[in-house]
Design a protein around this ligand. Sequence first.
Ligand code: PHE
Length: 439
Amino acid sequence: MHGVWANRWTFILAATGSAVGLGNIWKFPYITGENGGGAFVLVYLLCIAVVGIPVMMAEVLIGRRGRMSPINSMRYVTREAGLHGAWTGIGWMGVLAGLMIMAFYSVVAGWALSYIFSTGAGMFAGVDGENAGALFSGLLGNSEKQLFFHSIFSLMTLAIVAAGVTRGLGMVARVLMPFLFVVLIILLGYGIVKGDFVAGLHFLFDFKLDKLSWDGVLIALGHAFFTLSLGMGAIMAYGAYMPDHASVGRTIITVGILDTVVALIAGLAIFPIVFGSPGLVPGEGPGLMFVSLPVAFGNMAGGQLFGTLFFLLVSVAAWSSAVSLIEPGVAWLVESKKFSRVGSSIVLTLFAWLGGVASIYTSFMFDTLDMLTSQIMLPLGGLFIAIFVGWLMRRAIVCSEMDAEGHPLFDIWLFIVRYISPILVALVLVFGLYKKFAG
Ligand code: PHE
């Protein structure tokens, strides 16, 4: 009833469109900066490899089996396995988490939108770290402006979701993702030539264990879920629109690698600029991207043009991710037959928009929504999905949905999903939360 992606590549691009977003370009560099670099990056990469990618396959598989919204797909596989209806809660929590993420995501996307205009107007010409910092603080102090761009971004998202993602999204991803890649490479080039590239490299990849806390490990794990759009049904919803015969394994590995490469390039572009600019520090916080990159654009040939293009592309990347934050809930409302697709989209976008307004006016709201979703709800969702697919679904069904009969890697994957991913997530959640709230 929702439509199917044209082919395997459209699915890959749409899933990549969901995965690659502010998480890679804005969040990854700034949390890396706040958590001391090297060791944090390594833990993050480990989480992607042994938790993120295997659980992503599990999540897509449930969607493909159920072929409906995450709530109803969970209901279907739960019945099929003869289990208690409470397992449907994975879907419910996901829909809620999606709206909660959207409530701060669209605020940050609004910042990116407003930077298209600031850069385009040449506001950053010749700036140094301090000036760029002041300009960003100016935006944070201007609630009306944030509200305006937050609303524009919400409307943009509403438009695509209302039109139906399988129709609206494939093209966007096909054309714009490669563009984003190219502009990131150009920025990387700037970082290498003009920034302190060696310092940036050391910061990102030197393994300094003493800089890493349990809280940092939890943040890295949570970010692995966030950046892969995992644990809240987004990728499950997209899996439901997947063609019948497509290898889930290869497809998801491609998505995971693309997402990781974009994050690493963003880091390699941003940190050399930070270290090459007096007045900038890696632990800048959420403003890192909005302060360091304008310094590069303000001081490079053609920077006005490239800067405008860059923030345009970041906005588009955020746009294709935001769509997947709302889609699970909308698909569910549509299935309930009480609302049209347009009506459902309006209702849910409005909810998220209100949360966004609250995030603009109180930074406590912004931080809490981010923390609750990334560090608790997404890992919990992933944990339950791993347990469900690893232990409760029939092996024959799992194998046939993976399209992996007789594939040698299937057993390894199943082992990871049964033992490694759940144990790791559970450990990190328990220790991380204990340290955060009690230690
Ligand atoms: N993965 C997106 C990003 O990195 C954010 C996202 C999270 C999208 C969860 C959908 C679901 O920007």
